[in-house]
Design a protein around this ligand. Structure first.
Ligand SMILES: [Fe+2]
Length: 366
């Protein structure tokens, strides 16, 4: 068994300001990578800029990362980073800017390489990366993964390189301005990470500790999340500070879980749904969680997951998830293509510990 979790993580109120010295220690000039709006609204961008100014570290901001970032966007930011001579990268936002920051850090450190290198299995160094999450879902602040959209293949895929952030600064205040659907969909993404890590070929007694803890945290807040959905108001009006803290904790813990195991079939099946139907990542993954639990062959392990989440059986979990997320209708054509692609995706199939039959996979759609 092996456990390796190298990211230096601070999770606390005002942690960007409190740990400006650690942030500044990563280099002499930063490229801040973020989306167009949310980091300006929730105060995270301003906090980072102030922290760097206080430490006399110069920076440039690239704020054009789109949802499900493309290779083209990564290369546009890379060009700026090279021109500006930056020597570290700070990702601020949800999974999209944080994943993009890792890919950009790799490309800036290897200016002689073309974008193809992102998906080549080669040992390459990346610039140091710091991540500041403003959603509670992806866990990208602690994982070595970076998932990009490949338009040529009409899907998303993790790059071949593992880039661990040096520093993760987690402040749940940034989550308070998250919109209702974003908060819920990203929470389901984190939940999927926990489930797919626990029920995984690579799960072992050490790395299951993360998933076990995260599932227990989810159990503590699942009714508050449902209440938030029922009321239909923005989360800040209905959730307490403690729930925002736990959501961030659940997402980071789930990130640590998948760092060791990778994800499994629900994630693999979700990517074409997100690409073709523009369904958010968390919601697209959530579609397949009930089927994954229903057909997973090791029933004691499934029951352990359900017990920790506080559900009696798969049916109760399915009912909860349907009420939380709503349903998504997937066309027969897209579904057939999706199943076919997974049956040929050895990387995802190998994380499922049993033989997967095409017919069983078809039944995952509800
Ligand atoms: Fe995910």
């Amino acid at each position: 068994m092996q456990i390796y979790m190298p990211t230096n993580i601070y999770s606390e109120n005002q942690c960007v300001r409190n740990h400006s010295k650690e942030l500044a220690a990563l280099g002499n000039k930063a490229l801040i990578v973020t989306g167009k709006h949310s980091s300006k609204i929730n105060g995270s961008l301003e906090d980072v800029q102030k922290a760097l100014q206080e430490e006399h570290i110069s920076f440039v901001v690239f704020d054009s990362i789109e949802e499900n970032p493309s290779i083209e966007t990564v290369m546009a930011a890379t060009e700026i980073g090279i021109k500006e001579n930056v020597d570290f990268v700070i990702g601020i936002g949800g999974g999209s800017p944080m994943d993009a920051a890792k890919a950009i850090a790799l490309m800036i450190a290897n200016p002689q390489e073309k974008e193809d290198v992102l998906y080549e299995k080669r040992e390459l160094m990346a610039l140091p990366v710091a991540e500041i999450p403003t959603t509670a879902g992806t866990g990208s602040e602690v994982t070595p993964y970076a998932i990009l959209t490949i338009h040529a293949r009409r899907t998303k895929q993790s790059i071949s390189h593992k880039i661990y952030p040096r520093l993760a600064l987690i402040d749940s205040r940034y989550l308070k301005s998250a919109r209702l659907n974003t908060l819920i969909d990203t929470a389901v993404d984190a939940l999927a990470h926990l489930i797919e890590s626990y029920l995984n070929t690579n799960a072992n007694a050490y790395n299951r500790m993360y998933a076990e803890k995260g599932l227990l945290v989810f159990a503590e807040i699942k009714e508050e999340l449902m209440q938030c959905r029922r009321l239909g108001k923005e989360p800040v009006l209905t959730l307490t500070d403690g729930v925002f803290d736990r959501l961030m904790q659940m997402a980071a813990t789930a990130g640590m879980a998948i760092t060791h195991t990778g994800t499994s079939l629900p994630h693999g099946l979700s990517y074409p749904i997100t690409y073709e139907m523009k369904v958010s990542h968390g919601k697209a993954v959530g579609i397949f969680l009930p089927g994954f639990l229903k057909y997973y062959q090791q029933r004691e392990d499934v029951q352990s997951v359900l017990d920790r989440m506080g559900f009696e059986n798969v049916e109760a979990f399915t009912e909860y998830l349907d009420a939380l997320l709503g349903k998504v209708e997937i066309s027969d054509k897209l579904w057939q293509e999706d199943v076919k692609a997974i049956m040929e995706n050895q990387a995802k199939l190998k994380n499922y510990p049993f033989e997967m039959e095409e017919e069983t996979l078809y039944a995952f759609r509800r």
